[in-house]
Design a protein around this ligand. Structure first.
Ligand code: NAD
Length: 340
């Protein structure tokens, strides 16, 4: 049988990307929903044929423990709420996929890992690009040093935020601005292309535009990651600029670049040898199918909670660098993974 997935939080990403992707997956299917809005529950039940017994709200959530139709709980809530529901899902005996950023504090990320371990269940992060073939190619070129060791990386990702999801500029719910939301892709791209975790970071905040939308969070950040061998990654993110997202790596024997780099489709890649000519895929379908395979065949996921924790630590180090103007050492960020 296909594994059953319950989506928690039926907002833009669940409705626009995950639910449609779940209609075309081999190993799992959408069987459950969690929402605080009864009208949305009725609409999703009709649209996706979801049974009333597999429909929960945030109070009845824990009753999922008795529901064998739900194997995997996918948390798609505002960032600061990820931890509570990931922990409750693990305690209900479910495998968890949690959206990025995993959490807004290190302590929250740690308790999510702890809860999944105690339950003997898997925990993964919604890092869709680890399953995307252009990004797999960047990982291969960089990590295997096909063009020589990567010396310099650039990563940009941002858009003009129009306040359609106000929690994104509410620090309590988001944990921060574009760095937590879009900049995390730059961080991830730099790490998996270089194949290493940086030893230090420097950063500065962009000026805030007039209008007062960014009272609680940054409007943009520019930052640099420094690696042990002297390589650097120059990264930018913003809620005030529509950027054509980009990931570029330069090495002694050539370069490789994705532009656009971080969207759901339409990615294009080239190297100093010529165009990559790689097909785009449904990233969310590839990501969820891989996790279902990990659950069914008891394999480790490529994007475990430990990777999410590492990234939360690095994001918070970037904020500390921007706030203090100091170079912040990240040597204590554990590279607990055999993969980046
Ligand atoms: P959204 O605002 O559209 O959806 C969030 C949902 O959470 C809404 O349905 C809302 O009703 C619900 N919710 C429950 N409790 C809430 C509360 N207290 N306050 C506000 N909303 C509450 O946001 P989104 O764009 O779908 O983002 C949700 C999560 O998914 C975020 O963590 C985001 O970073 C992540 N995301 C990931 C990707 C990706 O490509 N991997 C893309 C978009 C969003």
């Amino acid at each position: 049988r296909k594994l059953g997935v319950a989506l928690v939080g039926l907002g833009k990403y669940s409705g626009g990307q995950l639910a449609p992707a779940l209609q075309q997956i081999r190993l799992c299917q959408l069987t459950g929903i969690v929402t605080g809005t009864p009208a949305k529950a009725r609409q999703w039940q009709q649209q996706y044929g979801i049974a009333a017994k597999n429909t929960y709200d945030y109070q009845t959530f824990d009753r999922m423990a008795d529901n064998p139709a739900i194997d995997i709980v996918y948390i798609v809530l505002p960032n600061a709420l990820h931890a509570e529901y990931a922990v409750r899902a693990a305690r209900a005996g479910k495998h968890v996929i949690c959206e990025k950023p995993m959490a807004t504090t290190v302590a929250d990320a740690q308790r999510m890992i702890q809860a999944s371990r105690q339950a003997g269940k898997k925990l993964s992060i919604g890092y869709r690009l680890h399953f995307e073939p252009h990004h797999r190619e960047m990982m291969r070129l960089g990590q295997q040093q096909v063009l020589g060791p990567v010396r310099h990386l650039w990563a940009d990702n941002g858009f003009r935020f129009n306040n359609d999801t106000p929690w994104r500029v509410d620090r309590q719910l988001s944990g921060g601005g574009p760095l937590m939301d879009m900049g995390i892709y730059c961080l991830q791209g730099a790490l998996y292309t270089k194949g290493q975790v940086p030893v230090s970071v420097t950063a500065s905040f962009a000026p805030k535009p007039a209008g007062g939308l960014f009272k609680e969070v940054e409007a943009g950040v520019d930052w640099q990651l420094q690696f042990a061998d002297g390589a650097v990654a120059d990264c930018r993110t913003s809620y005030a600029e529509n950027m054509q997202s980009r990931l570029r790596a330069e090495a002694a024997k050539g370069w490789a670049e994705l532009q656009p780099a971080f969207g759901y489709g339409g990615l294009r890649g080239s190297t100093s040898q010529g165009p990559m000519n790689i097909q785009n895929v449904n990233q969310q379908a590839a990501q969820m199918d891989d996790f279902a395979d990990c659950v069914l065949n008891n394999k480790p996921t490529r994007v475990p909670g430990e990777m999410g924790l590492r990234d939360v630590e690095l994001l918070l180090a970037i904020y500390r660098a921007a706030e203090t103007g100091q170079k912040i050492s990240t040597r204590d960020v554990k590279d607990v993974l055999d993969r980046v």
